[in-house]
Design a protein around this ligand. Structure first.
Ligand code: FES
Length: 101
């Protein structure tokens, strides 16, 4: 949402289809569905990729860190609360797969 495609010239661009961090992406996809973190779905691939990269760099984030990281992606439908809950739950699930949702 924040860059023109030409600004990525020479960069590596990852997409949801090519995501290599299957466990983290799957946890996020499950939580987005279970927490009703999407409506039209237009923003969802961007949120999933943003959250995947964020959780790679911040495996045990605080709620405030999640809120700050997700602020760079726009959603016109959900009001963000369920997106933040989904990322929180996915972070917890990846950190402790035995934990109850
Ligand atoms: Fe519609 Fe986010 S779910 S823009």
């Amino acid at each position: 949402c924040l860059m023109f495609a030409v600004q990525l010239d020479g960069s590596v661009v990852e997409t949801i289809e090519g995501a290599t961090e299957a466990r983290r992406v799957e946890a996020l996809q499950i939580e987005f569905v279970e927490r009703n973190a999407l409506q039209c779905g237009f923003c969802t691939p961007g949120f999933l990729m943003l959250a995947t990269a964020f959780l790679r760099d911040h495996p045990s984030p605080s709620d405030e860190e999640i809120r700050e990281a997700m602020a760079s992606n726009l959603c016109r439908c959900t009001g963000y609360q369920n997106i933040l809950r989904a990322v929180r739950r996915a972070a917890d699930a990846v950190a402790d797969p035995a934990a109850e949702p």
